[in-house]
Write a protein that binds this ligand. Structure first.
Ligand SMILES: [Zn+2]
Length: 301
């Protein structure tokens, strides 16, 4: 008798059953072959394609999310997600035997990671050569994680800030319980592990309507979003000093209640790298994935 399609045990059921048998000592397969049966190994290209397949309109024709070193065909031994691929992050990846690094931001100091002018520079060479020597592949994931059905970076950052209950998917405005700017800064410092932040405004100003724009979205978008939503406070990653901070200062000078907080780029989006790690854990079971925060290059003194 033919089995109908739905009666054929799925691979997952088979694996679960095998696991039960193995656990009961009824199967003699060595653990190593069982492990490779249980978990698929992944190439860089398969990880990229799987991630991109759940991004509306992906793959994009124009994107900064390219492989900066290494190859799609590399079989992945482990993954490190982070904001910035510093020398320290590369060394940690090597120690963890992770040969795929997925940063959110550029590795070679400009948006497009152009390296033509850096070829003889010792700083560039140190980073590049260390990765090359250890067979590391680096795939930037910036555009794709931002353009998931709900921006994966914002989802991660909202979670890190402990604001899930105040968040409506897709919305940049969060209404948080009434606080003042001083307490809000302290909350963000604690939650994101940032020692100090720059701000514009009055520390005693009441804040409840928050415009959350992680990273560096640009002065024009920050200001037009302020104009559209009239929040109490803009919470952003960074801003050119001559753009939004001057707008917020001028707003205060004419008596408006408006403030802004600059978290710093790295910490403001690090939740997005944690999001990518969690996504890989869910979709690529058995793959070793580590999230390592890269912290801010700029110190405060
Ligand atoms: Zn970003």
């Amino acid at each position: 008798m033919l089995m109908s399609q739905k009666n054929i045990p799925s691979r997952r059921q088979f694996i679960l059953k095998s696991g039960v048998l193995l656990g009961a000592g009824l199967m003699s397969a060595p653990l190593t072959s069982f492990s490779s049966e249980r978990y698929k190994s992944w190439t860089v290209g398969e990880i990229m394609d799987t991630f991109i397949s759940q991004v509306p309109n992906g793959p994009f024709e124009k994107t900064v999310d390219t492989i900066k070193i290494g190859s799609r065909d590399t079989v992945v031994t482990g993954v490190v997600t982070t904001m910035f691929t510093t020398m320290e992050i590369i060394q940690k990846a090597i120690a963890l035997k992770a040969n795929l690094i997925i940063p959110h931001e550029p590795t070679f100091f400009s948006g497009q990671d152009e390296t033509d002018y850096l070829q003889d520079d010792p700083v560039f060479r140190a980073k590049y050569d260390l990765m090359e020597k250890h067979g590391i592949t680096l795939w930037r994931n910036h555009d794709y994680v931002h353009r998931m059905v709900d921006d994966g970076v914002r989802v991660g950052v909202v979670g890190d800030l402990g604001w899930d209950e105040f968040y409506t998917p897709g919305n940049r405005i969060l209404t948080i319980p009434k606080t003042n700017l001083r307490s809000l800064i302290n909350h963000i410092k604690t939650k994101l592990g940032v020692p100090a932040m720059r701000y514009v405004g009055d520390l005693n100003q009441t804040c409840t309507k928050v415009l959350l724009l992680p990273g560096a979205v640009g002065g024009r978008l920050q200001i037009t979003q302020i104009m559209e939503h009239r929040p109490d406070v803009l919470v952003c990653g960074e801003s050119n000093e001559w753009e939004t901070p001057e707008y917020v200062r001028a707003a205060n000078e004419i008596g408006m209640k408006l403030s802004m907080i600059e978290i710093g780029h790295s910490a403001s989006e690090e939740g997005g790298s944690e999001f990518v790690k969690n996504w890989l854990n869910e979709n690529m079971p058995g793959l070793a994935v580590h999230h390592i925060p890269s912290r801010n290059s700029l110190q405060v003194f």
